[in-house]
Design a protein around this ligand. Structure first.
Ligand code: NAD
Length: 253
């Protein structure tokens, strides 16, 4: 029996990086996992690896910024596995942009990072509302929700929004007596394709980033996945609206 036995999880942005590690770990711990992403080929590859390891997974096409695609993705999971008990709102983008960025870029970041988390949380609440099992929604925010830099205007704003939205959703579910806990996770910099793309563009930034993490190195996707596993499982049954910071000490300076 794994720590996620009997759970059905949808992980958005699970074709790469943190989402991929989260999907693989939840499946390894016994969850049936829907790998949801716009990247079909890479997403199917993650599903194949889940199955090769003896787990159960499916790919679901999902653009998190689309209200209609959330409806069809959740419906596909419920049709296949009979329920949805865990949602990890992980899909996100982090383009560099300062206060003179284009409005189009601002809107794009907001639509994926913040609208996507709202739409996902709402869709999951609707699917989980009648559940007799404990359900969990985990929102991947960032340390950039609590701090900022000159070039993270939209990103910090979107992740700050995710942090606050998580608390509103947690309180809503509690007030409605729904069996759903909602929490956020705040990773420091972890080595994923998103971050590697950034360092390709700004190679001088790597050393400074490592130096800004007191532990002396950047995180791994698995570091974050283990925190998500705790919040997704029933082990965190008394944890509601909390912020799990996984950042090598970045924020305590
Ligand atoms: P990544 O680029 O490696 O993976 C992101 C995934 O999301 C990709 O598979 C991509 O196809 C998918 N995606 C992008 N837009 C989408 C959309 N509209 N709908 C559905 N899927 C979409 O990124 P990552 O580093 O793994 O980041 C994952 C999450 O973690 C993001 O929300 C990011 O902001 C957050 N985060 C990452 C770090 C880090 O250091 N890597 C730190 C803090 C927070």
């Amino acid at each position: 029996m794994g720590r996620m036995s009997g759970k059905v999880a949808l992980v958005s942005g699970a074709a790469s990086g943190l989402g991929e590690a989260i999907a693989l770990l939840l499946a390894a711990e016994g969850a049936q996992v829907a790998v949801a992403d716009i990247a079909a080929e890479a997403g199917q590859d993650v599903v194949d690896r889940i199955r090769a390891a003896g787990g159960d997974g499916m790919f679901v096409r999902l653009d998190v910024a689309s209200e209609a695609e959330w409806d069809s993705a959740v419906a596909a999971v419920v049709a296949r596995y009979g329920k949805l008990t865990v949602l990890v709102n992980n899909a996100g983008i982090a383009p560099v942009g300062d206060m003179e960025m284009s409005f189009d870029l601002w809107r794009k970041v907001m639509s994926i990072n913040l609208d996507g988390t709202f739409l996902g949380t709402r869709a999951a609440i609707r699917a989980m509302r009648g559940s007799e099992e404990a359900c969990s929604i985990v929102n991947i925010s960032s340390t950039m929700a609590m701090t900022a830099s000159p070039t993270t205007a939209a990103y910090s704003a979107s992740k700050g929004g995710v942090r606050s939205l998580t608390k509103a959703a947690a309180l809503y579910c509690a007030a409605q007596k729904l069996p759903i806990r909602v929490n956020s996770v705040h990773p420091g910099m972890c080595v994923t394709p998103l971050v590697s793309r950034y360092f390709e563009e700004y190679p001088h930034a790597l050393e400074a980033q490592i130096a800004s993490h007191p532990i002396g190195h950047l995180g791994s996707p698995e570091d974050v996945a283990r925190g998500v596993l705790y919040l997704a499982s029933d082990e965190s049954g008394f944890v509601l609206g909390s912020e799990l910071v996984i950042d090598g000490g970045f924020l305590i300076q």
